[in-house]
Design a protein around this ligand. Structure first.
Ligand code: SF4
Length: 87
């Protein structure tokens, strides 16, 4: 994460870990802010301008999984999060 971390990051299980070393298991088993992290990734952090460019694990999902979900619902963030979360 950048130095401008969102408010919920204080509670993150991956705080202090290098981004590339975070695995989905940490998110699902140890992180109390997983849902906030996923919403932030898909709504904010995964975007570079108007391009959706997910990478690394956020919110318990790989960049590939987030990309597939977004494609499935034509890049509607709410629908993509719900699709991943089975809602
Ligand atoms: S859900 Fe995973 S990537 Fe997100 S803050 Fe928690 S441990 Fe870190």
């Amino acid at each position: 994460m950048s130095t401008e971390s969102p408010y919920w990051f204080d509670g993150a299980a991956c705080k202090g870990l290098l981004a590339g070393t975070v695995h989905e298991q940490i998110c699902w088993e140890e992180c109390p802010v997983r849902e906030q992290c996923l919403a932030y990734a898909m709504g904010v952090a995964d975007w570079i301008g108007t391009a959706y460019m997910p990478h690394l694990v956020w919110g318990g999902y790989s960049g590939y999984a987030r990309e597939m979900a977004m494609k499935e619902v034509d890049y509607n963030v709410t629908k993509a999060v719900n699709l991943l979360e089975g809602k």
